[in-house]
Design a protein around this ligand. Structure first.
Ligand SMILES: Cc1cc2nc3c(=O)[nH]c(=O)nc-3n(C[C@H](O)[C@H](O)[C@H](O)COP(=O)(O)OP(=O)(O)OC[C@H]3O[C@@H](n4cnc5c(N)ncnc54)[C@H](O)[C@@H]3O)c2cc1C
Length: 410
């Protein structure tokens, strides 16, 4: 049975940062990373479309959601870009505040983490799914025993970094959240966040493959709850795009009373849109209505708007009366889709819910289990798209690791 000072469970962003930070804090301690998959870091490789958007220039509390946002006052002191510079990775901003490794390669991020781990003598134990942890006395020393189905290790301290329930093929399957619950740690039910939203399939079918710039409003009971500007994408029964991802967590709160409302010309007032439509009616008066809006939107989107707005479409554009023009303008400013659900955890980028704030100290230790810490996506916090989630995973992991190393002898 192998014995370590610190066992980090989970070989993702938070787990690597925790192990490296622990190893750097005290070079004499033994640290291992336990990983259920055959290799560590599978999710890191998939981030940012293989480019790894690892932080953001504007890390602020209003870009995060969940009870553990109170821990941001602790993590804000940690600079993820400085951490990567210390690993030899140069980062830069893409002009929109999203920070990437300069070489735009997630593989180079994982390589840097692995190289530093190896340098610090951190042992990787892969193919080990932790299913049970128990604090026991071994010859008078209190240690954690960590079990998989067929293996056991012991450690003075344990750091949980098992992620959420998103995209289980990349590693995180919620098993460490279950383990926490078994140990009496309270969690908020995990749910998919940053995920495409589903609507009535027949409503989006004609738009399949289309993209549009829009101000997207998440509405509940007819009221606008939040909005985001960006590119919306339509696929089979689903509406996605970064702006939709950022609003998707609200579905968990509002469920079936919710809808997405798209303003397809957000830079123009209703009056200006109506004027524009009248002007184009004159210019294209002899053409088929299918082509009426094709200078403003893609042809399929223009034809779709017309069909949603006008019941009886005349044979030429010039025959659209002012009332119909008003209906078209209203549809352009307020194209609605009822939300029927999300695309589910397997299509989500992060998980909402997790270990709630009351269960965790500001050194990331579990209040009910002294000696055991938790970090990263396991906690009840997630951020918007744009590097916020990896930033929290790396910074919370690093702080948990440092604190665990400082307390190994206690
Ligand atoms: C496709 C995709 C792209 C993304 N792109 C970005 C991006 O560009 N920028 C950004 O900020 N965020 C991005 N995210 C979100 C971000 O990757 C996560 O929030 C972050 O990786 C969470 O890190 P973590 O270490 O807490 O958890 P994870 O990365 O999920 O790591 C958890 C690890 O623990 C292991 N594990 C789980 N349970 C056990 C167990 N019982 N025993 C042993 N090992 C276990 C898992 O196999 C996994 O390796 C993306 C997510 C996805 C899915």
């Amino acid at each position: 049975m192998k014995r370590f000072d610190i066992a980090v469970i989970g070989g993702g962003a938070a787990g690597f940062a925790a192990a490296i930070s622990a190893g750097r804090t005290d070079k004499d301690i033994s640290v291992c990373i336990i990983e259920r998959l055959p290799r560590t870091g599978k999710k890191i490789l998939a981030t940012g479309n293989g480019r790894c958007n690892l932080s953001n220039a504007d890390i602020s509390a209003d870009r995060y959601h969940g009870s553990c946002t109170k821990l941001l006052s602790v993590t804000e002191a940690f600079s993820v870009t400085d951490f990567f510079e210390s690993l030899g990775v140069i980062c830069d901003d893409d002009g929109y505040g999203r920070i990437y490794p300069r070489c735009r390669s997630a593989a180079s991020v994982l390589d840097a983490l692995r190289l530093e781990s190896a340098k610090l003598g951190i042992e990787e134990i892969c193919g080990f799914e932790a299913v049970r942890t128990e604090r026991k006395s071994f010859s008078g020393n209190m240690l954690f025993e960590v079990n998989s189905a067929d293996r056991t290790i012991t450690a003075k301290r344990v750091i949980l970094a098992g992620g959420g329930i998103s995209q289980s093929a990349l590693g995180s399957n919620g098993s460490l959240l279950v383990l926490c619950q078994k140990n009496g740690v309270r969690t908020a039910d995990p749910y998919p966040a940053l995920v495409p939203l589903s609507t009535v399939p027949s409503l989006v079918k004609p738009l399949k493959g289309q993209r549009a710039d829009a101000n997207v409003m998440f509405c509940a009971n007819g009221n606008v709850i939040a909005s985001r500007r960006g590119e919306v994408q339509f696929t089979d029964g689903l509406i996605s795009g970064i702006c939709v991802f950022d609003l998707s967590y609200l579905y968990e709160q509002y469920r079936f009373d919710s809808e997405l409302r798209l303003d397809l010309l957000p830079e123009m007032s209703m009056k200006n849109v109506t004027e524009l439509l009248k002007k184009v009616r004159t210019i294209r008066s002899e053409t088929s209505p299918e082509d009426y809006l094709s200078g403003i939107f893609t042809r399929p989107l223009g034809a779709y708007i017309l069909k949603r707005a006008v019941k009886k479409i005349p044979s030429v554009v010039g025959s659209l009366d002012d009332m119909k023009i008003n209906d078209i303008a209203e549809t352009i400013k307020s194209l609605t889709f009822p939300i029927t659900g999300t695309a589910g955890a397997e299509r989500s980028q992060v998980t909402g819910g997790g270990i709630i704030a009351d269960e965790i100290t500001d050194t990331f230790e579990l209040k009910k289990i002294p000696g055991m810490s938790a970090c990263g996506e396991m906690l009840d916090i997630f951020g918007d798209c744009g590097g916020f989630n990896l930033d929290f995973a790396f910074s919370s992991g690093a702080i948990a690791g440092k604190n665990a190393a400082m307390r190994v002898g206690i």
